[in-house]
Design a protein around this ligand. Structure first.
Ligand SMILES: Nc1ncnc2c1ncn2[C@@H]1O[C@H](COP(=O)(O)OP(=O)(O)O)[C@@H](O)[C@H]1O
Ligand SMILES: [Mg+2]
Length: 245
């Protein structure tokens, strides 16, 4: 079978500038159309890994290829905008993602950066706000809306660019049950349309419903397991070892 690599990591490591280790010796591949859970306890390195996959940080050890292209400072400079169109990251905290005067402007931000014509931007933004049922808060300031609406607006600002790859950091944390079900349905739809999904979480039950594969990080930032989620479900001792059960 032909596999089309989206991310290829070889012995990838990351240390923060203050020397804190966040990832060590990660060798992993994500192919087009796959759905991966990144599981690990608090501090294991999940958020750092997603930021690296989104080309926000460069690895400090090892290598990362995105769509077959080695990631380095030059790639970020010349292809950064294109990568950010093709790969969307939903941050754990929607307040990081929403920074414009209105929700409309936040959802329009990426399209405007890509210099799409204004009438097209308006049409796309209105369509997704209506689809997500947050069109009534379109002109509101981000800090004047509820947590669930913020999450929807943040996801709209990512999905409006029609990314091929969606990275989500603890997407269901702090969501009420209805918004959680809505989000899981949206992500399932994205996956069924051929999208590539990487979901970081420590909520094992949620990602087991969404993802066919799982990468489990240990507390000391190494890969503890990678493979089918069905195998992981049958081997709870691995989850215990990762301090997830
Ligand atoms: N900006 C930072 N500076 C220094 N250390 C950090 C920073 N952000 C995260 N870390 C550390 O890196 C490790 C991995 O963090 P993170 O990727 O946020 O883990 P997770 O998302 O799995 O909870 C932790 O030890 C954390 O304290
Ligand atoms: Mg995190």
């Amino acid at each position: 079978m032909f596999v089309d690599p989206v991310f290829r990591l070889h012995a990838l490591g990351y240390h923060y500038p203050d020397g804190t280790p966040a990832l060590q010796g990660i060798t992993w591949q994500v192919s087009r159309g796959e759905s991966w859970a990144v599981l690990g306890t608090n501090g294991s390195g999940k958020s750092t890994l997603l930021k690296i996959l989104d080309a926000l940080f460069l690895p400090t050890e090892g290598t990362l290829e995105i769509f077959g292209i080695p990631l380095d400072e030059n790639t970020i400079k010349t292809k950064g905008l294109e990568l950010h169109r093709r790969i969307g990251l939903l941050f754990q905290d929607p307040d990081v993602q929403l920074f414009s005067p209105t929700i409309f402007d936040d959802v329009a931000f990426g399209l405007r950066q890509l210099k799409e014509p204004a009438p097209q931007v308006t049409a796309k933004v209105n369509a997704i706000l209506t689809e997500f049922r947050i069109d009534d808060v379109s002109e509101k300031m981000p800090f004047r809306i509820s947590g669930g609406q913020k999450k929807k607006a943040a996801l709209a600002s990512v999905l409006v660019l029609e990314p091929e790859v969606l990275l989500l950091d603890e997407p269901t944390n702090d969501l009420d049950p209805r918004t959680k079900r809505w989000l899981i349905a949206k992500l399932t739809e994205f996956r069924e349309r051929g999208g590539t999904l990487v979901v970081a979480s420590h909520e094992v039950d949620v990602v087991f419903r969404l993802c066919e594969k799982a990468l489990v990080l240990s507390e000391d930032h190494h890969v503890l397991f990678q493979g089918d989620t069905s195998y992981l479900q049958a081997h709870p001792e691995l989850l215990e070892q990762a301090n997830l059960l």
